[in-house]
Write a protein that binds this ligand. Structure first.
Ligand SMILES: NC(=O)c1ccc[n+]([C@@H]2O[C@H](COP(=O)([O-])OP(=O)(O)OC[C@H]3O[C@@H](n4cnc5c(N)ncnc54)[C@H](OP(=O)(O)O)[C@@H]3O)[C@@H](O)[C@H]2O)c1
Length: 349
């Protein structure tokens, strides 16, 4: 079977396409024929910086496909089931950029038939992160329809995969969502479920957001630039949740302003969220998927950018260059619906 692989850290040029032996899943594992592999900034960061073991690494945590073989002791999942995958590469450096991936059975989650493979491949890191951010911000470990019903949630970085997922999940849970994004992506944020979208360079940003409501939760990927404004956006007792350090890694907090508003500042990192919290997130996301609340694609505010496996280096460059859209690698073509994905994207661009 074909796989993308690298044996040393570096730029996208370290990625090679190789042939690998197919092995059977062990006890508690399933083997999945990967249709789409999702690419995240943490995958390209790992390629650049995370030390590679002696056998090299097959990249990517996320993906979607069909269960192809089931190991001993696995219940509730069968050969042929459509699934989405999360943290596929965390355990053994064997990620989803290959035709067949073996994962612990709980990392392959049923994907309802009405949910596209593109959405399935876009769920893992971004949507589990969005769940972690919203639960941290709300102080409740679960999200359900109505659980954020009286809340205003402000999402910065709304056109990114994490921001997009946060808008969709918060809207599903009943929040009034306000997106802060670039001028080119205001409409996309509305498609994703924001009630209002505000240009991040608008000099009247604070007034525009407050005209909709004071925020119970603000999510930011760039606190070193935005924390002063974010505290002004929060309602007394509200929560700021930091999910990246796009600018500087150090943050200067306007302490008196923060104290006066009694706000809390949280930090959340998806890879170190507890197992119990992740299991809860998977359960909540399954409900949201059943309800049709999570979708990618231009109509839903996050265009999909497909690449063939042979062009994985270009796909990594697209992520490294912060090009807009969810980058996925088409590994195989098993469900008919993804057959024209790359051709359709090429025709449209
Ligand atoms: N804490 C965690 O556990 C966790 C998990 C996953 C990711 N992250 C981090 O969160 C950040 C966002 O991740 P992501 O997966 O959402 O990445 P992404 O899809 O590549 O989006 C990244 C950012 O790109 C900006 N953007 C949109 N259009 C752009 C364009 N044309 N040119 C340049 N930038 C554009 C967006 O901000 P605007 O909407 O403001 O334009 C968005 O915040 C990354 O730093 C990632 O490492 C953290």
């Amino acid at each position: 079977m074909r796989a993308a692989w690298y044996s040393r850290n570096g730029g996208p040029e370290v990625l090679q396409i190789v042939e690998r032996d197919l092995r059977a899943p062990g006890p508690g594992e399933v083997r999945v024929r990967v249709v789409l592999s999702g690419v995240n900034p943490s995958d390209t960061r790992a390629r650049r910086h995370t030390p590679v073991g002696v056998t090299g690494r097959i990249p990517h945590q996320d993906g979607a496909g069909f269960v192809d073989a089931v190991g001993a002791g696995v219940a509730g999942i069968c050969t042929g089931d459509r699934v989405w995958l999360w943290e596929a590469a965390k355990r053994n450096e064997q990620g989803t950029a290959q035709e067949f991936v073996i994962v612990p059975a709980e990392h392959a989650v049923p994907l309802p038939t009405h949910v596209s493979m593109e959405t399935g491949a876009a769920l893992g890191v971004p949507v589990l992160t969005a769940h972690a951010l919203l639960t941290r911000g709300s102080g409740s470990p679960t999200l359900r329809p109505g659980s954020l019903a009286s809340s205003v949630v402000v999402v910065r970085g709304a056109s990114g995969a994490v921001g997009h997922a946060a808008l969709q999940l918060a809207a599903w849970a009943g929040a009034r969502c306000i997106a802060i994004t670039g001028s080119q992506t205001l409409d996309s944020a509305l498609h994703a479920g924001a009630a209002q979208a505000v240009d991040r360079t608008d000099p009247d940003l604070v007034e525009r957001v407050r005209a909709v409501g004071s925020a119970d939760i603000v999510l930011t990927p760039d606190p070193s630039s935005t924390i002063g404004e974010d505290i002004q956006l929060l309602t007394p007792g509200g929560s700021l949740v930091v999910y990246a350090s796009a600018g500087s890694d150090a943050v200067s907090v306007p302490i008196f302003e923060a104290m006066r508003a009694n706000v809390a500042v949280h930090f959340a990192y998806v890879y170190t969220v507890t197992r119990a919290a992740k299991a809860q997130a998977v359960e909540d996301l399954s409900l949201a998927l059943q309800a049709g609340a999570l979708s990618v694609g231009a109509d839903h505010g996050l265009p999909v950018r497909p690449f063939p496996l042979e062009a994985i280096a270009a796909a990594h460059r697209a992520v490294d260059d912060d090009q807009r859209g969810k980058v996925v690698i088409q590994i195989s073509d098993l469900d008919g619906r993804t057959s024209g994905l790359i051709a359709a994207h090429t025709a449209a661009t």
